[in-house]
Design a protein around this ligand. Sequence first.
Ligand code: CP
Ligand code: NVA
Length: 304
Amino acid sequence: MKRDFLTILDLSFEEIDALLRRASILKEDSKRGELKPTLAGKTLGLIFDKPSTRTRVSFEVAMYQLGGRVIFMSSQDTQLSRDETLRDTALVLSRYIDGLVVRTFDDADLQELARHAEIPVINGLTDLYHPCQVLGDILTIQEKKGDLKSLRIAWVGDGNNVAHSWINAAVRLPFQLLLACPPGYEPKEEILETAKELAGDRIFYGNDPLAAVRGADVINTDVWTSMGQDEERRERLAAFRDYQINGDLLRKAKPDAIVLHCLPAHRGEEITDEVMDGPNSAIFDQAENRMHLQRALLDWLLGV
Ligand code: CP
Ligand code: NVA
């Protein structure tokens, strides 16, 4: 039966663990130029409603490296733009391609495509979640910090799609997650409350960036204004003013803490140049690991 990857909660602890191990092995193989063409003859489709640099390019390169091909479609290029239904689109694409990555606004649209597709569907970001991002980030944390158990991971900023996937990751994996968001920009209540029921006091939510970052092993942030929210930019800039990752905040974390940002960054807003380009930043290794994680994901979901 086909498997989808729409949210981190679609995977068990054992599946996430196996995926991370496989990603590390394939990363080493790729550095030695020894990747095998396990997806030769397979085609991955990408339908994107929002811009992308990392997700698009890392999926495309990962697919090419495993011997497969890709077809990229902006949804404007497809008949979805002329009201063909998601169901019909999913049924037709399933006859042509072997897997589909979708980046869109409404998570319900992704779910509808996945429900009707006979091929694996992967979430390449919705307004609600960004699971590929967070699994890639966890690969980076494991590389830099080893065992996840007892790590303190801080999220400072918006309670957005990436934050939601971090909350789901904390349900499945044994780290502590401390979130600090401005009032009014907290994660969705049902996602946070469900996760807290499952993960207990390993997930802590508050409004104080200092409380989240104090003693942290990892500090994580993201843009204050996500794609689709540009009209709110002015009020968001004001609301998030005290949530910047700068040198003063970084010094409250452990001296060897790493800083993560999924990118794209608005330098000088949510993160300073000093931190982004400083010795604690793992941000560009993090971006690279998107490709290594997704290569393992494609190999698993699309491989025979
Ligand atoms: N982090 C991330 O998903 O980047 P893109 O929007 O460039 O794909
Ligand atoms: N929260 C951001 C992530 C971009 C990769 C957005 O949705 O725009």
